[in-house]
Design a protein around this ligand. Structure first.
Ligand code: SF4
Length: 287
């Protein structure tokens, strides 16, 4: 399938993505000779002037990642609603997250089935104690509007037309009025993912500071349950205020985007299933 930019009239809608229709406009010509800078500029200049007026009205960590790696893949998933089959690794990740949650809540006696979960046993048991004391919240969905005002999760968060940012957390601990910890259970590797996970930690911290104005310190902890490693980062409100404009600009580029050109590369296409389903013709194309 070649990418066909939608007509302007198909763009201004809430969550009714099904209303976007194929048009007869000329297809976006992917030119492998186009520089990365030109492609980014193309995406930026093709956006709506309304920061939330693009084809995708809210972003999460994974959609932001995918928008950067290959906008067309995100378009197929979020706008065309073509679901990719879950990989074995993704299914296993979900299972281990569910097991970790059940263990902390006292609904399961065994530690999660990750390879090195036993190395985190003491910390899991401490979490369990804190959960019993009402200090730990598990599997949270935090929503924000375009001005970073929190939106309560009333069970219909995804349908709220104001939703612009969505942060999903494994564990949130309010240590005291001005300090909090966020824990993320990872089944992937730490090595090679430092930049990506650093960005995710920053997004968690920004979300916590935006949700709780009285917070002054946030610590993020990534527990790599298969390798026994961990990664801890600390943020002050001052740090975050410096990082906030950059993340906001990146996210608005996504939520105002009206064109999602393919960006094939060995790394981007390696795990993409859209070539196999016939939805993208660029799979495996070297750049
Ligand atoms: S095959 Fe490559 S270019 Fe096509 S959607 Fe997937 S990641 Fe993008």
């Amino acid at each position: 399938m070649s990418y066909v930019p939608p007509e302007e009239s198909a763009i201004a809608f809430g969550n009714k993505k099904s209303e976007v229709e194929e048009t007869t406009r000329p297809t976006f010509e992917f030119d492998p000779k186009r520089s990365e800078q030109e492609r980014v500029a193309l995406i930026a200049t093709d956006g709506s002037s309304d920061p939330q007026g693009g084809l995708i009205r809210f972003w999460s960590h994974s959609s932001l990642q995918q928008f950067q790696t290959c906008p067309f893949r995100l378009y197929l998933r979020r706008v065309k609603r073509i679901k990719e089959p879950d990989s074995d690794a993704a299914n296993r990740g979900t299972l281990i997250h569910d097991e970790a949650e059940a263990y902390v809540k006292g609904e399961r006696e065994e530690l999660p089935s990750a390879k090195k979960a036993d190395e985190f046993e003491n910390r899991f048991n401490l979490l369990k104690t804190m959960y019993d004391a009402g200090k730990v919240e598990m599997e949270q969905n935090w929503g924000f509007d375009i001005d970073w005002n929190p939106i309560e999760d009333d069970g219909k968060l995804y349908k709220n037309p104001k939703l612009w940012a969505l942060t999903k957390l494994d564990v949130f601990i309010r240590e005291n009025p001005t300090s909090a910890r966020i824990i993320d259970h990872k089944t992937g590797k730490k090595w090679g993912n430092e930049v990506k996970h650093g960005g995710q930690a920053m997004e968690y911290a920004i979300s916590a500071f935006m949700r709780f104005p009285e917070l002054e310190h946030v610590t993020t902890e990534f527990w790599y349950l298969d390798t026994g490693e961990e990664s801890i980062r600390t943020y002050t409100r001052g740090d975050i205020m410096l990082l906030l404009p950059r993340l906001t600009t990146r996210a608005i580029k996504l939520t105002s985007a009206t064109k999602f050109p393919p960006k094939p590369s060995d790394t981007a296409c390696k795990w993409c299933t859209y070539p196999a389903s016939g939805d993208c013709e660029y799979g495996g194309m070297p750049v």
